[in-house]
Design a protein around this ligand. Structure first.
Ligand code: NAD
Ligand code: 3PG
Length: 526
């Protein structure tokens, strides 16, 4: 039975979905990485929010793990690189909590502008400090968005409703999109110099870490207010504190902290700082959305091979998955055939899709071909998640070509592998029964179905070979299931693909290799 571990607080809707799909669910909340590593080996899927730390050590212990699902957006608590290297798919739910988080950012901006938290606390204490809490209007103020993706663009929309002027720094924001959003695209220095309020909406990456430091703050307008509902590491807190103390920054609203849970922080207690405990995504609606989405995505992946919102592999929709499935088998076989037939370093791989298959989503097929190709070298450490990366790391030059017009076959995949010594191709099709057939090897036509154990022979096309091979196998008790033949030209190179009813013992393979006319013989396993 497929097993999933939920290691952070998730709406019960997630458990319900997993169970309805026949997946066994265990909930263990609040595990430290060591505790998570101790139990993760038992699970096929792991569902998390931001609290669980899915470190390289946790992933190293995750022998069966196929997918990590993040019920939310930021994946900085997951070592995606380590997951990719181990062939574990990482997916998130990029659109489940974006409205809620944008609304929280706007709420924080208003709280800052009108001192709501401090005024609330003072009023509860029976003080009536009207003159202490004079705020500022948002109307006609400039809001600078650092990061204008899903959340940033919703914040822009809401801020425009408040009649603010919105400017955005985001190197990946196209001028057309900026125009659509009605925001002015600016560089970071211009944003810092012009904004009355700055709201951060980028992921935490090596480029964005410590983006708001003393140097950036020095470029800001006096009295700027800063809102961070993205990630703690974007702001250098000591620099922010100094700027708050000097009055350069009039206020800061922080939902996120470099260390969470944040029970101590140099900014806690500062009168001009508003804090919330990473509540950006904490609304009933958002939590329901992300729980449902992550449970559906993970179930679809674990049960049907559908891939949605993955950060480290190509998407496959639930509709595509059944159409791709027979091709996946063919792709796997072609890759595995070429991988087992290749003895020297691979330099170049070309995959051509012809006819019907060319109209499909072929990225997962290419990933499977690479997986099959690399498996003889790397065994179980390679799978379709990490195969493209592994190929790249090995300097294998990959080319994909699609020809939607049909050739000799209604549909065809051709794989060509170039090594330092030679270039070889293998092509396969699907017949009406959806079963894969190999139809061409090294330019020689053949019609073969690949079984679990195959003998692949290249020989000189001379009389007597087939009889001698059959006798040799028969004399050694090896039953032939199917026998497919092809040749380049009369008397030229010929190939035989023989399905046998079990593994070929090494001594029999050597005897086949020693037969006259045999150029090369290999035992292949599928
Ligand atoms: N506080 C919360 O509870 C909460 C909730 C959801 C998301 N988040 C955080 O908000 C972040 C943004 O979420 P999103 O859905 O808008 O993501 P997104 O990917 O849609 O948008 C991020 C934007 O940042 C931009 N960006 C990347 N590097 C940049 C750089 N160096 N400088 C400027 N811009 C850069 C990208 O181009 C993109 O447009 C998430 O990564 C997550 O960390 C926090
Ligand atoms: O990236 C996110 O989606 C937010 O930071 C939400 O985190 P949470 O799921 O832990 O509330």
């Amino acid at each position: 039975m497929v097993k999933v571990l939920i290691s952070d607080e998730l709406s019960p809707a997630a458990v319900k979905i997993f169970q309805e799909r026949g997946i066994d669910v265990t909930e263990k909340i609040g595990l430290k990485p060591k505790e998570l590593a101790a139990i993760i080996g038992d699970f096929d899927g792991l569902a998390v929010r931001s609290a669980s730390k899915v470190t390289a050590d946790v992933l190293a212990a995750a022998a069966k793990l196929k997918v990590v699902g993040r019920a939310g957006i930021g994946v900085d608590n997951i070592d995606v690189k380590a997951a990719t290297a181990r062939g574990i798919c990482v997916m998130n739910t990029p659109f489940g909590n974006n409205i809620t988080t944008a609304e929280h950012s706007v709420a924080m901006m208003m709280a800052l502008a009108r001192h709501i938290p401090e005024a609330n606390s003072s009023t509860h204490q029976g003080k009536w400090e009207k003159s202490r809490f004079v705020g500022v209007e948002l109307y006609a103020k400039t809001l600078g968005l650092v990061g204008c993706g899903n959340i940033g663009s919703i914040v822009a929309d809401r801020a425009q409703g408040l009649k603010m002027k919105v400017i955005a720094y985001d190197p990946f924001l196209s001028p057309e999109r900026a125009l659509d959003l009605g925001v002015e695209k600016v560089d970071l220095d211009a944003l810092l110099a012009r904004a009355d309020f700055i709201s951060l909406h980028t992921p935490l990456t090596d480029q964005t870490r410590n983006l708001i430091d003393a140097a950036a703050l020095a470029k800001c307008r006096d009295g700027v207010r800063i809102i961070n509902c993205a990630r703690g590491g974007l702001v250098v807190e000591a620099d922010l504190k100094a700027a708050l103390d000097s009055g350069k920054v009039a206020g800061a609203a922080l939902d996120v902290f470099p260390v969470e849970p944040a029970t101590e922080n140099i900014l806690f207690g500062h009168p001009n700082v508003v804090c919330t405990p990473h509540l950006g995504a904490s609304s009933t609606e958002a939590q329901l959305n992300v729980a449902i989405q992550v449970a559906e995505q993970m179930s679809d992946f674990l049960l049907h091979g559908a891939v949605t919102n993955a950060l480290n592999m190509a998407s496959v929709t639930v509709e595509e998955a059944p159409k791709l499935r027979p091709y996946m088998r063919l792709a796997d076989q072609l890759g595995a055939f070429a991988g087992q037939a290749t003895e020297t370093g691979i330099r170049k791989v070309t995959v051509e899709y012809e006819g019907h298959v060319a109209s499909l989503n072929t990225r997962p097929l290419t990933a499977l071909i690479l997986q099959g190709l690399l498996k003889p070298l790397l065994a179980d450490s390679v799978n379709m998640v990490n195969a493209p990366l592994v190929a790249k790391e090995r300097n294998i030059d990959l080319t994909e070509a699609k020809h939607e017009r049909e050739g000799d076959y209604h549909t065809l995949i051709r794989l060509t592998v170039e090594t330092e010594r030679w270039s070889r191709s293998i092509a396969g099709t699907l017949f009406a029964d959806q079963r894969p057939r190999v139809v061409d090897i090294k330019g020689i036509k053949i019609d073969a179905e690949l079984g679990p154990h195959m003998l692949y022979v290249t020989n000189d096309d001379k009389p007597g070979f087939i009889g001698r091979l059959g006798t040799l196998l028969g004399d050694n008790g090896i039953n032939i299931a199917t026998f497919a033949l092809g040749r380049a030209a009369q008397g030229g190179d010929a190939i035989a693909l023989v399905e046998i009813d079990g593994p070929l013992p090494p001594e029999i393979l050597r005897a086949v290799q020693a037969l006259p006319q045999v150029q090369q013989a290999k035992a292949l396993v599928f």
